[in-house]
Design a protein around this ligand. Structure first.
Ligand code: ACK
Length: 222
């Protein structure tokens, strides 16, 4: 019936608990503030503004709502594999459970600002198994050969007119460069970790201490 047709959510994912949301917002804003002042960043400003003019990164990225890590974008059932995912035993078993997500890096591109999530074996049970989950967001050809769960991230902000789906694409692009053996340019030892530049506006901060973020596995209907 019609009810069944709308019973699938917009997406499933881990929703960060509110206490940790505040902490992550503070940490990430501090990072943007620091990044903004680095000579190395200023040198590549053109990637962000099209001109060599200053950008205020804190203004540049708009918040995108509740912090979460999407596992499966279902689009109310219209996305490929949505129904299969919702019926997975692990999805049913873990629905409503609290997990500890490990945020292992922060990344910034001219389009998006996000945190990389390094999933455990248990958490990977909730990652869509359809092999092309990684390229669900498309447009990263090499992404198909990336380890399962590579795209896992928390979107922290998007540039004007950019959709949050872009954050996972940007992360995959950076990880693909790494996998292809690109070292990037290690530009700075920051308090939080090592900052690396991967060209064309792609910055990655590997966190010295991953941030442990309690999060509830659930779904969002909107
Ligand atoms: O930041 P995100 O992971 O990127 O969280 C939002 C959430 O679903 C609601 O829009 C993500 N999203 C949107 N479209 C897709 C897609 N085609 N593939 C994977 N994730 C998507 C978006």
């Amino acid at each position: 019936g019609p009810l069944e047709e709308v019973s699938l959510p917009l997406y499933f994912g881990w929703f960060l608990l509110s206490s940790i949301q505040d902490k992550i917002k503070c940490t990430s804003m501090d990072f943007l503030k620091t990044l903004d002042t680095l000579e190395a960043f200023k040198k590549h400003l053109i990637d962000f503004s099209g001109k060599a003019e200053e950008v205020d990164l804190e203004q540049y990225f708009q918040p995108t709502g509740i912090l979460h890590c999407t596992t499966k974008f279902c689009n109310y059932g219209k996305a490929e594999g949505a129904k299969e995912y919702a019926e997975k035993q692990a999805v049913k078993d873990f629905y409503g459970s609290i997990f500890d997500l490990s945020l292992s890096a922060l990344f910034v591109t001219p389009r998006t600002f996000g945190a990389r999530v390094s999933l455990t074996e248990e958490q990977l049970q909730l990652w869509p198994a359809d092999a092309d989950a990684e390229k669900q967001a498309e447009s990263v050809p090499a992404a198909a050969s990336m380890p399962l769960g590579s795209r896992a991230h928390v979107t922290l902000g998007c540039a004007e007119n950019v959709e949050p789906v872009q954050t996972g694409v940007d992360l995959l692009e950076i990880l693909t460069l790494q996998q292809e053996g690109q070292q990037g340019e290690q530009v700075e030892e920051m308090e939080l970790g090592t900052l690396t530049y991967y060209g064309t506006g792609k910055w990655l901060l590997n966190l010295r201490e991953p941030i442990s973020a309690p999060a509830c596995f659930s779904s969002f209907y909107g």
